[in-house]
Write a protein that binds this ligand. Structure first.
Ligand SMILES: C[S@@+](CC[C@H](N)C(=O)[O-])C[C@H]1O[C@@H](n2cnc3c(N)ncnc32)[C@H](O)[C@@H]1O
Length: 217
């Protein structure tokens, strides 16, 4: 996602204390209290926030946390959240891999990965949000009945990702290379809207934690 530098972004974000979780708060009580709630859902790489805004609007009793490393995209997401007057969405502007330790064990009910960057080159495989390292972290932070919902237009990335979920013993609850979009607990992200407009099929997988294949530490 290429976005031009937005001069308004930084001061605007910093003024949105009820939505934006900064680095200091991430380590403190504010975030600890948010993450201790029941029914916390996490979207990683939420872009400009269309998905999270719709989900939070339709599910007011649930809490949504969006992690997005691109400041300009996140600023646009925060603006949508503020304009919609949503009180159940929080935004962290960081690379997930750099802040993952702030998510306690078994604190998240569901993780959404929408049109994550596929990183097709093998040397970049570790950056994929469905890489083994990421799946290991998701398993740690999800509650026992926790699930991941993953959508992409990229068939190779999808096939790779199903392979990793299977390899690391996740149960595949739903698997489609041409997802209809019919699920009450889902929403269209900006990328999904664009792909559907172009009639590009959407792949979708829902996986839940099977038995842990990693050694417990
Ligand atoms: C292709 S865009 C998709 C945006 C949005 N999910 C959508 O479907 O419209 C991928 C987004 O993920 C973000 N991203 C990629 N890796 C990330 C990571 N490790 N942590 C946080 N954000 C990440 C990128 O900055 C980008 O905004």
């Amino acid at each position: 996602m290429r976005l031009r530098y937005k001069r308004w972004a930084r001061p605007y974000i910093e003024a949105q204390k009820n939505v934006y979780i900064d680095s200091k708060e991430l380590k403190g009580e504010v975030f600890a209290n948010i993450i201790a709630r029941d029914n916390v859902y996490l979207e990683i790489g939420g872009g400009r926030g269309d998905f999270i805004v719709e989900m939070a609007t339709n599910n007011e009793d649930f809490t949504f946390v969006m992690v997005e490393k691109n400041l300009n995209a996140a600023a646009m997401a925060i603006r949508k959240i503020v304009d919609a007057d949503l009180k159940n969405v929080y935004v962290i502007i960081k690379d997930f891999f750099r802040i993952k330790e702030h998510f306690p064990n078994e604190s998240i009910k569901g993780i959404f990965l929408n049109f994550s960057d596929p990183w097709p080159k093998t040397r970049h495989a570790k950056r994929r949000l469905t890489h083994e390292n990421a799946l290991k972290e998701y398993r740690r932070i999800l509650i026992p009945s926790g699930k991941i919902a993953f959508k992409t237009d990229n068939v190779n990335f999808y096939t790779y990702s199903i392979g990793r979920f299977r390899e690391y013993n996740w149960d595949i609850d739903f698997n489609s290379y041409n997802y209809s979009g019919k699920d009450d607990f889902d929403a269209q992200s900006e990328y999904e809207k664009n792909f559907r407009y172009q009639r590009i099929p959407i792949c979708r997988l829902i996986a839940s934690k099977g038995e842990n294949v990693y050694d417990t530490e």
